[in-house]
Design a protein around this ligand. Structure first.
Ligand SMILES: [Zn+2]
Length: 82
């Protein structure tokens, strides 16, 4: 049996150092202010072409934000669902 760690924000698992590095840049970590945790995210695409994140506010640098090359000025955290 082998012990594994899991990301606090998604299903990524692995050895401690790998998961710690992953968590720091995980798209589901709200600290990274990416589309997956933003209330302005929309679903774009179709079953035949696949889906990707859209932005209700149409921020110009959305894909740079998702690639980690830029910060999003319009990001707002999704409210907790409960
Ligand atoms: Zn993760």
């Amino acid at each position: 049996m082998k012990q594994v760690w899991q990301c606090d924000f998604c299903t990524y698992t692995g050895e401690h150092t790998k998961v710690a590095a992953h968590e720091a840049k995980c798209v589901f970590n709200p600290a990274n202010r990416k589309c997956m945790t933003c209330k302005h995210r929309t679903d774009e695409g179709a079953p035949i072409s696949g889906f990707w994140n859209g932005c209700a506010l149409k921020v110009a640098n959305q894909f740079d934000v998702e690639d980690g090359d830029a910060d999003c000025a319009k990001w707002e955290q999704l409210p907790d669902k409960d």
